[in-house]
Ligand binder design. Structure first.
Ligand code: DGL
Length: 248
């Protein structure tokens, strides 16, 4: 029976979406697949990403997932359309930088912090073209190897890199966390840009998952807490750290 919510990311970043899911859908069962061996996705080509993500989708489907959450902006902007075409009967929910939220709130000077792949993607230009009302400035900045450092848990290197990347943007009124990994280091980002509002699309993704489950009559009717399984193809340590992050 297809009973779980399948989630994947190139590493720990997807935890930021899993956290939001648990707060609104606590009774569901989850299988979160962390593809740390292939981190960083942000430096890969479309073909590589499509092959990697197809393999993960097959794995999640084999493990009875009823919906698949692409908890990664890079994989979504690169592969979501093609995955939907390839797996026609599967429900996918993806993650894209929260550009709409910036426009809806009328921010005037928005920085999008995302992976190299995402900031150069066609999908992000489409989002900007769709929502830009020309009175808002939007700047794209690459987080370079931040996602990698976050998986490694190297706080000194994370803080040094944040200073290097973000210091020139003290006047930004808003910053879009355009990579799910970055939502895990909101406090560190806020320290470098204390006057900037951080915009996070993870809550919206979780709400969309709930809508899809409701609309397709797939909600788990159980009244007890669901089971959470986290797998990581690189190390057991990363699994332990993931449960720690989830529980704190
Ligand atoms: N967490 C991913 C995202 O949201 C990507 C990190 C990576 O480059 O692997 O874009």
């Amino acid at each position: 029976m297809n009973d779980k919510i399948g989630i994947f990311d190139s590493g720990l970043g997807g935890l930021s979406i899993l956290k939001e899911l648990l707060s609104i859908l606590p009774n569901e069962d989850y299988l979160f697949y962390e593809d740390s061996i292939n981190n960083p996705y942000g430096e890969k080509s479309d073909d590589e990403l499509f092959e990697i993500t197809s393999n993960i989708v097959e794995y999640l489907l084999k493990n009875n997932c009823k919906i698949i959450v692409i908890a990664c902006n890079t994989a979504t902007t690169s592969c979501m359309k093609k995955l939907k075409e390839k797996y026609k009967n599967t429900i996918f929910v993806g993650t894209v930088p929260a550009i709409k939220i910036a426009y809806d709130n009328d921010y005037k000077d928005t920085l999008v912090l995302a992976t190299n792949y995402t900031i150069n993607s066609k999908r992000v230009s489409e989002l900007i073209n769709t929502y830009n009302n020309h009175s808002q400035k939007i700047t794209l900045a690459s987080g370079k190897n931040l996602a990698n450092l976050i998986d490694e848990g190297d706080n000194k290197k994370i803080n040094d890199l944040l200073l290097e990347i973000l210091s020139p943007y003290q006047n930004a009124d808003s910053l879009i966390l355009g990579c799910t990994h970055y939502s895990l280091i909101k406090n560190e980002i806020q320290k470098v840009l204390p006057n900037t509002v951080l915009l996070d699309g993870c809550i919206g993704v979780a709400k969309e998952v709930k809508n899809q489950l409701v609309n397709n009559n797939l909600l788990n009717k159980s009244e007890s807490k669901g089971k959470i399984v986290i797998e990581n193809n690189k190390s057991k340590d990363l699994i332990d750290r993931s449960y720690d992050i989830l529980n704190n």
